[in-house]
Design a binder for this molecule. Sequence first.
Ligand code: GLY
Length: 376
Amino acid sequence: MSASDVVVLGAGAIGTAVAWRCAQRGLSVTVIDPAPRNGAWRTAAGMLAPITELHYTETPLLRLGIDSLARYPAFAAEVGEESGAPVGLLASGAVMAAWDGADLAALRDLHAFARRLGVDAELLSGRELRALEPALAAGLPGAMYAPGDQQVDPRLLHRALVTAAGRGGVVFVESSGSVLIDGDRVRGVRLADGTRIESPHVVVAAGCWSHAVAGLPASVRPPVRPVKGQTLRLRLPGRPRLTRIVRGWVKGVPIYLVPRADGAIIAGASVEERGFDEQPRAGAVYELLRDAQSLVPELGEAVLEEISTGLRPGSPDNAPVIGPTAVDGLIHATGHHRNGILLAPITADGVATLVADGALPDELAAFTMDRFAAVA
Ligand code: GLY
């Protein structure tokens, strides 16, 4: 038997960031994960792009994303300093390109909506778009440009977070864990080998596996499901390349291209409801290559370096599930769906505050599991 102030279930981007922030508050932290090298962070493109991710029904999520994006420069600098490793933060900006006149009309509406929300975005003509990104296909009629959108390299970020957390005293254990609850209070976690870790706080940050964490009563199981996504790593040696994140719709199908500092371009992503299937699917790869090439014709010449498949933790309203539950000491930090990398700073700050000070910050109050009970 051992003891820890906090046990975090899940060593992904969210769990590791939460653990690191808790350790900075002087708490002893144990992170448990049966497969710590596998997580949605491996496949994520790392867009920090709440504005070009905007959907009409998701204004609270937009506000959360903008708040988290504003924290990124300090978060990345601190992780970089404490780990001694880069995280690949780039203030690249993002363009959302229209494919045809109908897309452009829809983008104009979205831009007007964004402006009403006070968001920094501008409309570009086709000519202005090509001047900004000459590698794009000729004839694209225009775009919405979000200069404040950024990117980070999720694999670098995750490695740096693990290092920073480790240096801060966080203990990582490769095991599954079953939550121990006594009445309406969490008591800790039992590992697969039977070891018991006593803890007054258990944070469920197990991504798409969060719903299936052993030991959770049905009433506090987060409503999270796997949403499969595939991304491709492409490289065009010696070619002019993109400098900004490019998002677009090709015949109604969304696609994004994220140019990394090392010259690679990440193209993504499929959105597939296939349970826990993590096999790459030929059709999804074909569609991504086809649509990427439509937006940037030269990508037909690219080297296909990697096909990556991951499972997003989707929630019923696409927003994360963060905060306390009906079981005292049991905390959720999951359901981040398409925004786990973007929302890591605000989630980690909020959960560390909840654990250390006993109250969830106001900016996260709308994202607790209670909102689903209210709907039901
Ligand atoms: N954040 C983009 C995606 O989930 O594909």
